[in-house]
Design a protein around this ligand. Structure first.
Ligand SMILES: Cc1ncc(COP(=O)(O)O)c(C=O)c1O
Length: 389
């Protein structure tokens, strides 16, 4: 390779992930208390594994499926979306994807041209920022209102719109803040999209994990938004299926062939064995979702209680959804969240994620995950109490 060889500009715009850097550093230290995992720690339920094993034994998984995914699976997703998202999604309006992330990437590829702007209420899931950059778009980070539980700033979104704006992209419930954008807020977002002819791309990965009476609302259920929404979902969180890499996208029939054009060169189809596992997940009892939710809720309450003992160090907004929260660091050294988190790891053996990983609006914060066993929360907070007091 020549010395002056350069990777693409597109790739050069993408910074190394602070999350992966923290994971790498955490592995170098013994006996770390992890509050940095954003993945379900439970294993996939047995009946889902059995669905996959049966399909393997019956010789069903050796070939490709339809690019959009098995028809039987899309029919089951249709039923689920009617029941839980209030969206009438015909199987022809669905593509089964490699997790939510492939669906989001394919959607962006189909929606934006190079240089187009995508508005992201921020802090937000850092992958979204990278996905926009990979599609050669420009992420426009609009700060959320921290004092209002990191709610969407409707006026901020309006002010950020330019002739180049093509889409609004958000996740609710949110990674990293745990915010649930409520129906009345999302109706205002829809009004903005309709007035300005923008697409809305949603990441509804944590749809089932909401607390304190907050309800998940799918913006795609607003009839006027039918042609202007791409809704992305996943089995990862709901069924503890992180490694199976399976999710799905719903969009208007006119958009599906365009998104499929992006899906095929990246994936051809989603691994068929995972599609059979997902089919088993949808066709069986949904009890596991309730069990995960109950665990996250009690873990959230425990984490908030333990944070209350560190009032001079952290100020937090109570997360109403997902299994993540985003306290502000009150100490002066917290203004550089990367150094703060690295020090916390090295000196107190507690692994967290620096807020800057979620965009500049996340600086001065850190992300904590309560998707961990309760004794892990105690271990981490016992150590932090000793370290800070
Ligand atoms: C908001 C959000 N979207 C998507 C994902 C990943 O989803 P999937 O595994 O379905 O690609 C995550 C994982 O942490 C997430 O937090």
């Amino acid at each position: 390779m020549k010395e002056d060889w350069r990777p693409s500009e597109r790739i050069l715009h993408i910074e190394k992930s602070a999350i992966h850097e923290m994971t790498r550093l955490s592995k170098e230290i013994d006996d770390v208390a992890f509050l940095s995992w954003a993945k379900p720690t439970a294993d996939t339920p047995e009946h889902i594994k059995k669905g996959a094993i049966d399909a393997i034994q019956k010789g069903k998984v050796g070939g490709y499926s339809e690019n959009a995914g098995l028809l039987d699976l899309r029919k089951e997703i249709s039923k689920k979306m009617k029941r839980d998202n209030n969206i009438a999604a015909a199987p022809s309006q669905l593509i089964v994807t490699i997790g939510a992330v492939e669906g989001l990437s394919a959607a962006l590829m189909a929606v934006i041209d190079p240089g187009d702007e995508v508005i992201l209420p921020s802090p937000t899931y850092s992958t979204h920022i990278r996905q926009v950059l990979l599609a050669s778009g420009k992420p426009v980070l609009v700060p959320t209102i921290e004092e209002e539980e990191f709610n969407v700033d409707i006026d901020g979104i309006k002010d950020a719109i330019t002739p180049k704006t093509k889409a609004i992209m958000y996740c609710s419930p949110s990674n990293p803040t745990g915010t649930v954008f409520l129906e009345n807020t999302l109706r205002k977002v829809a009004d903005i999209a309709l007035e300005n002819d923008l697409m809305v791309i949603t990441d509804e990965a944590y749809e089932y994990f909401t607390y304190d009476g907050r309800k998940h609302f799918s913006i795609g259920s607003i009839p006027e938004m039918k042609t202007q929404t791409v809704s992305c979902f996943t089995f990862t969180k709901s069924y503890a299926m992180t490694g199976w890499r399976i999710g799905y996208v719903h969009a208007d029939e006119a958009l599906i062939p365009q998104i499929t054009k992006a899906h095929i060169p990246f994936a051809i189809c989603t691994p068929v064995v995972s599609q059979y596992a997902a089919l088993a997940a949808l066709q069986s009892s949904q009890e596991c979702i309730a069990e995960f939710r109950n665990h996250y809720l009690s873990a959230r309450d425990l984490m908030c209680k333990r944070l209350d003992n560190l009032r001079s160090v952290f100020a937090y907004q109570k997360p109403r959804g997902s299994y993540l929260m985003f306290p502000k660091i009150l100490l002066k050294e917290g203004q550089d969240s990367t150094t703060f988190c690295k020090r916390l790891l090295k000196d107190a053996k507690v692994s967290t994620t620096p807020g800057i990983a979620f965009g500049p609006t996340g600086e001065g914060h850190l992300r904590l995950s309560f998707c961990v066993p309760e004794d892990m929360i105690h271990k981490a907070f016992d150590r932090m109490e000793r370290y800070f007091n």
